[in-house]
Design a protein around this ligand. Structure first.
Ligand code: OGA
Ligand code: MN
Length: 318
């Protein structure tokens, strides 16, 4: 018999409902929206090592669709327990080899199920210590991840905060005229990992342009997606645009397209759409990647930071 993958092993070993002492009591869990913030709710009283009741997972899914990010406090998990918990919410994101993403391995052509997001040499060293500009993960792929979890293991003393942006609020705050102008547009987001070796693993963009003009070469594959996407559960509309990748509006004049994208990017960065998370060890943040962007503050290179990310598969944006 072939040996089990890490994910199969994780689910194989996970606690089940019939193990009463391992079953989380749903009544111990409370979900408290962040006060006066653009998005987010904190989940108290949940131990992610335990088996979860159906009503709990359903409640969490509804809360995620409403608040866009869920913050779980005081967790203590190994990779198997972390995978077993995350897999309640969907399949693990496994893009094909023709679309490299953060941590794509040269032998398998796909990233590991649990990605060490870290500046600590020997632990992956994905994303380094620099600033990450606001982005949605995997936006250049055919079916970007619907969400991800980041679990804080080791934190720097200074910096390294992660901020999330509510792109539903950003869309709603546009005037009717702009909404009508953009509602039917298609956007291509080019793959930063296809552009140069220099971008691999660092999250760095080097001299990548912000917009592709038609006389410039196409680098990597191009998949148009709606610029305004609809959330599959809530039906709410959101801007599906990051602030740094090379992008291109389909069938749009160069100068007008560039100006429109620049205007929308400035709009997205407004503080009223943003929540900045000050990490504590043991935090897990689970975010909806379809209707948020996220960014990271830089931190000193001589301070260690290690978070672990699991991304979950999503559908083709609509
Ligand atoms: C990511 C990411 C932000 C951070 O893992 O996708 O953007 O704070 N990380 O490390
Ligand atoms: Mn990211």
């Amino acid at each position: 018999m072939t040996s089990l993958t890490q994910l199969s092993q994780a689910i194989h070993d996970a606690p089940r409902w019939h193990q009463a002492e391992q079953l989380q009591n749903p009544e111990e869990i409370s979900i408290i929206p962040l006060h006066d913030e653009a998005l987010g709710a904190v989940v108290f009283g949940l131990d992610a090592r335990k088996a979860q009741a159906g009503e709990t997972i359903h409640r969490l899914k509804q809360a995620l669709a409403e608040h866009l990010i869920l913050i779980f406090k005081k967790q203590s998990l190994d990779d198997f327990q972390y995978l077993a918990f995350a897999s309640y919410f969907g399949s693990i994101f496994r893009p094909s080899a023709d679309n490299p993403v953060l941590a794509t391995q040269s032998d398998t052509g796909t990233p590991p199920d649990v990605i060490p997001v870290s500046n600590a040499v020997g632990q992956g060293d994905y994303t380094g210590h620099g600033e990450l500009s606001p982005h949605a993960d995997h936006q250049w792929t055919t079916q970007p991840s619907f969400g991800s979890l980041l679990y804080a293991i080791e934190l720097p003393e200074d910096g390294g905060q992660t901020a999330w942006f509510n792109t539903i609020k950003a869309y709603d705050a546009l005037g009717k005229d702009t909404q009508n102008q953009i509602d039917q547009l298609q956007l291509i987001t080019y793959n930063p990992f296809a552009r140069s070796q220099n971008n691999k693993g660092t999250g760095g963009y080097g001299d990548t342009p912000y917009y592709r003009f038609k006389d410039q070469p196409i680098i990597g594959h191009a998949y148009p997606h709606p610029l305004v996407r609809t959330h599959p559960e809530s039906g709410r509309k959101a801007l599906w645009l990051n602030t740094r990748s090379e992008v291109e509006l389909v069938n749009y004049e160069d100068q007008a397209g560039n100006a429109l994208i620049q205007k929308l990017r400035e709009h997205l960065l407004k503080p009223e759409f943003r929540y900045e998370h000050q990490w504590e060890e043991g935090d897990i943040v689970f975010w909806d990647n379809q209707v948020t962007l996220h960014s990271r503050q830089p931190f000193p290179s001589d301070q260690r930071r290690l978070l672990k990310r699991i991304s979950l598969a999503g559908g083709r944006p609509f």
